[in-house]
Design a protein around this ligand. Structure first.
Ligand code: S3P
Length: 168
């Protein structure tokens, strides 16, 4: 069973995942980075040259490959767009929703050329996308971790939850 981080673009999943993997001494895999390496292409080029649905299929295969491993796994913000992933997530207990206030998310992703689902969208369009996704993150997550706290506090929240679950 892996410790999976889900959440909107810019929420801090990769930063938190790396820190968590050090604390827990488990390997860290970033699903987007894995797909980029596997395709020898940036996310942006995959969207441009092969399309979003191709990327979503690759993402589903990569999730299937890694979700049962004893690792910390960071996922792309749109992974919940593919309904097939929900079944995989629901079988895995340790899904953590990494989130913060929308203004912070927006400021982190605005103008990022390697985020094709953000680059051409206005503030309002991104807010609609965020709102359309939060119930789905919430549905599959064990707890929500607010990254407006320090990274140490976020890691503690996750580690404490895992420990209390193991003991309960
Ligand atoms: C996407 C989020 C990205 C990446 C792709 C699509 C999305 O991951 O998977 O650009 O649709 O929200 P991050 O959440 O790491 O930016």
């Amino acid at each position: 069973m892996s410790i999976v981080l889900i959440g909107f673009m810019g929420s801090g999943k990769s930063t938190l995942g790396k820190q968590l993997s050090l604390i827990l001494s488990k390997p860290f895999i970033d699903l987007d980075a894995y797909i980029e390496a596997d395709e020898c292409m940036t996310i942006s080029d995959i969207f441009k040259l092969k399309g979003e649905s191709y990327f979503r299929e690759k993402e589903n295969l990569a999730l299937k490959k890694f979700i049962h491993r004893d690792i910390v796994l960071s996922t792309g913000g749109g992974i919940i767009e593919n309904p097939n992933n929900k079944t995989l997530f629901l079988k895995n207990k340790c899904n953590f929703w990494v989130d913060t206030n929308f203004e912070t998310l927006y400021n982190r992703i605005v103008g990022d050329l390697n985020r094709p689902n953000a680059i051409s969208k206005s503030y309002e369009e991104l807010l609609i996308l965020y709102k359309s996704r939060i119930s789905r993150y919430n549905e599959i997550a064990y707890i929500r971790v607010d990254t407006s706290q320090s990274i140490q506090t976020c890691c503690n929240d996750i580690v404490n939850k895992i420990i209390s679950d193991e003991n309960g």
